[in-house]
Design a protein around this ligand. Sequence first.
Ligand SMILES: [Zn+2]
Length: 130
Amino acid sequence: MNAKQREEFKKLLLALHAELTGKTPQRIEPNRTDDARIGGDEDEQPLNEMMQAIASNRNRNMDGVLARVVKALGKLRDDPDSYGECEECGDELPLGRLRAMPYAEFCVTCQSSKDGPKGPATRKKLTDYS
Ligand SMILES: [Zn+2]
């Protein structure tokens, strides 16, 4: 990766960082319907509470991303050569993967072996049901 590419990813990361630290969690969720907007009516209070619960769940998930964004920015600053390399096997991450996920730490192969086969405890043997 050359300096110009690193600069490009740095901008992406800074934009992500601004988005994640700014108070605009709704922007991360894809728009579903316009009539799902949160209104100011008292009637809608239960809905508001529900939406807030969803938003705080989402924010918790986003914390992990923010931590990785900060980490990636730190790499670009302190050890630019290591940015864009898989932390597991040291391979360079494809630029397409980095553009989609500039905070990616692992290549697809290492990531999927970390994630394991489709989440924990989904596979059950017949003997589990005895
Ligand atoms: Zn790897």
